[in-house]
Design a protein around this ligand. Structure first.
Ligand SMILES: NC(=O)C1=CN([C@@H]2O[C@H](COP(=O)(O)OP(=O)(O)OC[C@H]3O[C@@H](n4cnc5c(N)ncnc54)[C@H](O)[C@@H]3O)[C@@H](O)[C@H]2O)C=CC1
Ligand SMILES: CC(C)CC(=O)C(=O)O
Ligand SMILES: [Mg+2]
Length: 368
């Protein structure tokens, strides 16, 4: 609505490719302003390795304060090259910054959609017979509990270590209820992924799911072990509609699911807060990491972050038409053959777009 309140967005680009993808998402939201007249105010703050370098902390208080004073967070990614985790700048950057933000804002429900665009089916390593059945999965991942948030310790001699996984009924109910509600709006098919043959926490997940199932009799509920699920999501993905699972299993399963569309660079996410009312602050981020191998080279695919911005319009501001405007423009550019390097799928001789060329093409394709 022209003239309506300004939406204050905290932008936390982070490390590696984070600044490049955040800038491109902001460009796209600028086009939304041009087309629909909404007013967005972007304020940047440091997080991750860059924040450690500049302020001595991976998640400075000023960054948290900016987020508290915003209505949504656009987050890039944090962390250094995987072989440099011991360097102070990178040590625990993800744990402190990303997990810290998730906890601080109660971002208990992480939505990770994975669909296959028919015109990118050549990218998918799956056979046509599998892709043609239609792939449209939403992974609902619990995001503020479980093993990533349990106690971690390493013995003094460095020869043993412990990570604790614990879940309470309430921590499980929130994502599972969200998953049932999502299934009701989709194909009414819910898969609960766990490791209930071994883990007590997984048995609790099953109990919660069975209890909630009574309130959603139209939803078909299946249970699947995580090891099988990682295989099934690649072997027969069309069997899935909504998948709900714990923090670590969801992390692993969603990277596996990125094989379906063909690149991590196509996978957006929304991390939804359970705080209700005016203080609700959701966070939007791609599922990929900082891609140190291509950072700073204008090679990164910005689509995951641009689609995360579309999710922001949908979930934080209830702007469905505007979210679809972005999604349709992305589909059009891809259908017309627009490709960043990660989308070439080994096709020789095909030229690729830079990150800025891709976002410019998406902006040019956006229409009301
Ligand atoms: N949400 C976050 O902030 C996350 C941070 N990380 C951190 O990122 C760093 C690198 O982790 P990796 O395991 O290498 O995972 P990664 O996701 O950064 O990269 C894996 C591979 O995918 C490619 N890739 C990822 N996103 C791409 C995009 N948008 N366009 C084109 N290619 C893309 C990269 O170039 C790389 O070859 C680590 O420090 C890790 O802890 C990892 C995952 C999530
Ligand atoms: C720090 C990690 C848990 C981040 C990650 O891999 C993710 O959220 O997908
Ligand atoms: Mg991950």
């Amino acid at each position: 609505m022209p003239g309506s309140a300004t939406h204050r967005i905290a932008v936390l680009p982070g490390d590696g490719v984070g600044p490049e993808i955040c800038d491109r998402a902001i460009d796209v939201l600028g086009k939304i302003t041009e087309l629909y007249g909404h007013s967005f105010e972007f304020t940047h703050a440091d997080v991750g390795g860059i924040a450690y370098e500049k302020h001595g902390q991976h998640l400075p208080e000023a960054t948290l304060e900016l987020c508290r004073n915003s209505s949504a967070i656009l987050f890039g990614c944090v962390g250094g090259p995987v072989d440099q985790q011991h360097v102070p700048k990178w040590k625990d950057a993800e744990k402190i910054a990303l997990l810290g933000l998730r906890k601080a804002f109660n971002l208990a429900v992480n939505l990770r959609p994975a669909a296959v665009y028919p015109f990118l089916s050549n990218l998918s390593p799956l056979k046509d017979s599998i892709v043609n059945k239609g792939i449209d999965v939403v992974i609902v991942r619990e995001l503020v509990s479980g093993i990533y948030f349990g106690d971690h310790s390493t013995a003094e001699d460095g020869k043993s270590a412990v990570d604790v996984m614990s879940y309470s009924w309430d921590e499980v109910v929130t994502p599972v209820r969200f998953a049932f509600e999502s299934a009701m709006l989709r194909k009414k098919n819910l898969t609960v992924v766990d490791k209930a043959n071994v883990l007590d926490t997984s048995r609790l997940w099953r109990k919660v799911a069975l209890d909630l199932a009574k309130q959603y009799p139209e939803v078909t509920v299946n249970f699947m072990y995580i090891d099988n699920a990682v295989m099934q999501i690649i072997k027969d993905p069309s069997q899935f509609d909504v998948v709900v699972t714990g923090n670590m299993f969801g992390d692993i399963l969603s990277d596996a699911a990125s094989v379906l569309p063909g690149s991590l660079g196509l996978m957006p996410s929304a991390s939804l807060s359970t705080v209700e009312g005016e203080n609700t602050i959701h966070m939007y981020e791609p599922i990929h990491g900082t891609a140190p191998d291509i950072a700073g080279k204008n090679l990164v695919n910005p689509i995951a972050q641009i689609l995360s911005a579309a999710m922001m319009l949908r979930y934080s501001y209830n702007l469905e038409a505007e979210a679809r405007c972005i999604e349709k423009a992305v589909e059009k550019v891809l259908a017309d053959g627009g490709r960043t390097g990660d989308l070439l799928g080994g096709v020789k001789g095909q030229s690729s777009m830079s990150c800025t060329e891709m976002s410019a093409a998406i902006i040019a394709a956006m229409e009301k």
